[in-house]
Structures are given as C-alpha cells and as structure tokens.
Design a protein around this ligand. Structure first.
Ligand SMILES: NC(=O)c1ccc[n+]([C@@H]2O[C@H](COP(=O)([O-])OP(=O)(O)OC[C@H]3O[C@@H](n4cnc5c(N)ncnc54)[C@H](OP(=O)(O)O)[C@@H]3O)[C@@H](O)[C@H]2O)c1
Length: 323
C-alpha cells in the first residue's frame, strides 16, 4: 500500500510516497481502509520539526482519517468490518491505518468521507476550545483568528450556533465572503485592516469576551489588546511560526486570562466529549453545521497540498483521497 513518509525535517520536498506492507491490527485495534485522510496545519509543524514533543523522522504523516473498517483485532467489541468510521491514528496519509478501537467514532450519515475526516481533530478542537475551555455563551463576542481555515470554519459555525457574535479574521476578500456565508457577522481582513480599531468599533469600545488565537507573532499581540477586562484569550497554534511572549504585569493590570489549549488534553474527558458529540449530531441533523471541502488531492500529491496550505491558498478542510 502507499504511505506518505516525512523522511527528514524540512519543506514539502521531504515528503516521500513509499510502498509499505498493510499493517495488521493488534489487540484492541482495528484496521481501517482509508477513504480520506484529513490534513492539518499541525502536519506541517511536525514536518518542519517545530511541533512540541513531535515525532522524529522518518515517520508517517497525518493523524486523522475517515474510512471503513477492514478487520478487527483481538478483544475489540462494538465494531465490525464494514463500519464507516472516523479516527485519530498515526500514519494517517496512508491507504490503510490501524487505530485503537477507543479512538474511533461512527461516521455520521450526513457527512461524506472527505467531510468526516475533519471531525476528530478540527471539529473537536473548535468545540472544546470555544465551549469546554472558553465557556462561550449566547450574547458574548468571540474573535476567531484564521476563520476561513479548517479549524476556523468550524469555530465560526459553532459560535454562531450557541448565539455568540462572531468576529472572524482572514487574509482576503474571498475568505471574508466565505465566513460571512457561514454566519460570521463581522469578517475582518487582518492583512488590510487595523484589527484593534475594527474590534473597538464593532464592540463599541468594550472588547471581546473570548479570543481564539492560532497565528502568533504580531497577530497575537494585537489580539490580546482586543480583550475586554476579565476576558480570555485561548492560544492554540502558531501558524506564522513566530512564537509570542507576554508580560505578566499586562495580564494582571487588565484582568486578562491567557489559556493554552491542546486537544489531546480533552479526548479522555468523557463528559466533555459526550457534549461535543451530542451537539455534533444535533447540528448535523438540523443542518446547522457543515464541513467545507474545496481542496482534495491524491495521496501522491501530499507535498503540493501542504505547500498550498502553507501559502494560505486553502479554505476549509484539505483532504487527501486514496481513490
Ligand atoms: N492546539 C490544538 O489542539 C490544535 C488543533 C488543531 C489546530 N490547531 C492550530 O489551529 C490553527 C489552524 O489549523 P488548521 O489545520 O485548521 O489550518 P488552517 O487554518 O486551514 O490553515 C492555517 C491558516 O493560518 C493562517 N495564517 C496566518 N498567518 C499565516 C502564516 N504566516 N503562514 C501560514 N498560514 C497563516 C492562514 O489563514 P489566512 O490566510 O486567512 O490568514 C492559513 O489558512 C493552526 O495554527 C493549528 O496548528 C491547534
């Protein structure tokens, strides 16, 4: 089978498609025939060697897939060959992957395999960052950075679904139009407009209750100053690769909370996961959540797909398909 391997840290050229044996599911695992491998910005950070505690090359790229169970290993109950699933896994950019049965979710019938590949990482990150950690409520104002991306398009819809006012940033007029269509009341092109001035205007000088920050660098700095007193900024990524620093005195002087978020700290929280999956089911049934997929690539074009994500040319979820 084909598998995309990060041969060494570096640019997209370090990705190599290799022929490897189809893995055997171990005890407690299933073997999944991958239909769609979800791509994430974290894949690029891992490839570059910038991901905290990331794997050492050579390693298989990717960690979320959707597909069909091919076979189950010893001791697996509740799943059978033929079940359509979504999963966290290793070596996601592959034709087959093994995954622990505890890392599987049933694929909702409303979603294609391509759309479903966004649920394990991007939907759950958006949900837990906004609602489990951020405790966003109706009537509050949230600022979402990189709002036209895979994670961002999920966040805009979830925030709108709970009745919040959404300010979303992105880097072009086309991206602004997309997030407006998804329910973002205030799209802001942060490469062309003064973010702080726009947020003051939108919030009538009050600032935001919650900010989800994934860009870093200057955008982090500008974001912090868009918080209201006792507001919270959740930092969950550094797409600019420019790691910001914060003054503790500035935090205490303004009653600001800055919180770090990493999804893996939430996957074992059964109560929070229960809420996330129940809301997903409800929103899909009511047509209040969709997964935008405009970019699909075959496995052997993984390098080109990552190049387009880094070059900020993509919107929504980017997917590798196995044909
Ligand atoms: N902590 C966690 O558990 C967790 C989980 C999932 C994702 N994340 C983070 O969330 C962010 C979004 O992830 P994603 O997979 O959905 O990616 P994405 O948003 O689809 O792509 C990244 C976006 O970041 C924006 N960006 C701003 N400055 C950039 C720069 N200098 N270079 C490249 N992109 C830049 C671009 O949007 P504009 O062109 O509109 O600015 C780009 O489209 C990433 O930072 C990722 O690491 C964290």
């Amino acid at each position: 089978m084909k598998q995309v391997v990060v041969t060494r840290n570096g640019g997209p050229e370090v990705l190599e498609v290799r022929d490897v044996a189809v893995p055997e599911p171990g005890s407690g695992e299933v073997l999944i025939k991958v239909a769609a491998a979800g791509m994430n910005y974290a894949d690029i950070m891992q490839r570059d060697g910038l991901y905290p505690n990331g794997p050492t090359p050579p390693f298989g790229a990717g960690f979320e897939v959707a597909g069909t169970i091919d076979s189950v290993g010893a001791g697996v109950t509740g799943w059978k060959a033929g079940d359509a699933v979504m999963a966290f896994c290793q070596n996601g950019y592959s034709e087959y992957v093994t995954a622990p049965a505890g890392m599987l979710l049933p694929k909702p019938s409303e979603l294609s395999f391509e759309q479903a590949s966004a649920i394990p990482c991007q939907y759950l990150t958006a949900y837990h960052a906004l609602l489990t950690l951020g405790r966003l409520k109706a009537g509050q104002t949230v600022l979402v950075q990189a709002a036209a991306g895979g994670l961002g398009t999920m966040m805009v819809q979830i925030a709108r679904n709970v009745g919040a006012t959404v300010i979303g940033t992105c880097s072009s007029a086309d991206k602004c139009a997309l997030i407006r269509d998804l329910g973002c009341q205030f799209p802001v092109n942060y490469t062309a407009e003064d973010l702080g001035a726009r947020v003051r205007e939108i919030t009538v000088g009050k600032g935001c209750d919650l900010i989800i920050e994934s860009v870093g660098g200057d955008i982090f700095e500008h974001s912090l100053h868009c918080l209201k007193s006792r507001g919270m900024l959740v930092t969950l990524g550094v797409a600019s690769k420019n790691v910001p620093s914060i003054s503790s005195v500035e935090l205490l002087a303004n009653n600001w909370t800055v919180a770090g978020f990493h999804l893996m700290g939430y996957t074992a929280d059964m109560e929070a996961m229960g809420h996330a999956l129940a809301d997903l089911k409800g929103w899909l049934a009511e047509g209040k959540l969709t997964v935008i997929v405009r970019h699909t690539f075959p496995l052997d074009q993984a390098a080109e797909a990552q190049r387009q994500i880094s070059d900020r040319k993509t919107v929504g979820k980017v997917v590798l398909t196995t044909g």
